[in-house]
Design a protein around this ligand. Structure first.
Ligand code: CP
Length: 335
């Protein structure tokens, strides 16, 4: 199994099933701390530098929350324009400097492979919070954790699943990373619903087919999908050459209660990495699904805290010390 302590987390390709099982197991053990049933300041005094050079709500805040829950401090910079990258400083120099201030770094950047480039200059572990259209490994891990948790209710595991990925599969880095992770399991059927121009890159499809999985490509919802999970993605407007080009596809892949009932099973779990585009012209995941128990999108986002806590514990080598640092919580909490 890979050594986590001191390692960068840059791509899901670095994990095998054993490593993923370890991450998912440690993530589950973080639940009492995230739910404020207990405190665990095992990283008391450690510093996370949270560098987000591209917009984010849940990844940035959940990295910070995860680190704080383990007792560490968080320093942040947001946006290229507010950093010295805008003065021409290289990623290497920035990494040399920031890693001198920190014990671990989480980073998002709009350019593909930029986080790996940054990691070459870092003396501490770097965790990829999304690098352009390339990868979003922590999202894929939390997605897998969510699939595992949701499937448990139906007596299923991560093998033999039937999954639909829908939307902008070309630019959606979360579905690239998730597909790579799913390829490690057995007997997966994945239906990829996207217009031809936004279909999943061949390089990702071949990882699945080479591993013996069934991949079905479609430009529309059709027939009875009989899927365990439907995973919707946003049209990634920021990755198109122009807003007008993105507009061509907006609203084509709305999932609402009627569509869900027509194509999915009664118990199909609905996932989305969020943010969902709730503007009327997009409405990709209709609010008429909000009261469905199978809508897992907010549980999914909450699971991000658990998975990121686990990655901090593993990369900083404290995963065996958690219970030793447990304390009771003395404030009001309704979690
Ligand atoms: N899922 C995700 O990456 O969300 P944010 O862009 O808000 O971080």
């Amino acid at each position: 199994m890979m050594t986590f302590q001191g390692s960068h987390i840059l791509s899901v390709s670095q994990f095998d099933r054993e490593a993923i099982a370890k991450i998912l197991q440690i993530s589950a053990s973080m639940a009492p701390y995230a739910a404020r049933q207990k405190r665990c300041h095992v990283l008391d005094g450690a510093i996370l530098s949270n560098l987000f050079f591209e917009p984010s709500t849940r990844t940035r805040v959940s990295f910070g929350t995860a680190f704080n829950l383990l007792g560490g401090f968080v320093r942040e910079t947001v946006g290229v324009e507010n950093s010295s990258l805008s003065k021409g400083e290289s990623l290497y120099d920035t990494a040399q400097v920031i890693s001198g201030y920190s014990d671990v770094i989480a980073m998002r950047h709009p350019k593909m492979h930029s986080v790996a480039e940054f990691a070459q200059g870092s003396n501490v572990p770097v965790i990829n919070g999304g690098d352009g259209a390339n990868e979003h490994p922590t999202q894929a891990l939390l997605d897998l954790f969510t699939i595992q948790s949701e499937m448990m209710h139906f007596g299923k595991g991560l093998d033999g699943l039937n999954i639909v990925l829908m939307g902008d599969l070309k630019h959606g880095r979360t579905v690239h990373s998730l597909s790579r992770l799913l390829s490690l399991y057995n007997d997966i059927t994945i239906t990829m619903v996207a217009p031809d121009a936004l279909q999943m890159p061949d390089s990702v499809i071949s990882i699945l087919t080479d591993a013996g999985h069934k991949v079905i490509l479609s430009d529309k919802m059709a027939g009875n999908l009989a899927c365990d999970v439907i995973y919707q993605t946003r049209i990634q407007q920021e990755r198109f050459a122009s807003k007008d080009e993105a507009e061509l596809y907006r609203g084509h892949f709305s999932l609402n209660r009627e569509v869900y009932q027509k194509y999915c099973r009664e118990n199909t779990v609905i996932m989305h990495p969020l943010p969902r585009d709730s503007r009327p012209e997009a409405n990709e995941l209709d609010t008429d699904l909000n009261d469905l128990q199978n809508l897992a999108i907010f549980r999914q986002a909450q699971n991000g805290v658990l998975v990121r806590m686990a990655l901090f514990a593993l990369t900083l080598g404290v995963e065996e010390q958690l219970t030793q640092y447990e304390k009771s919580v003395n404030w009001y909490t309704n979690k």
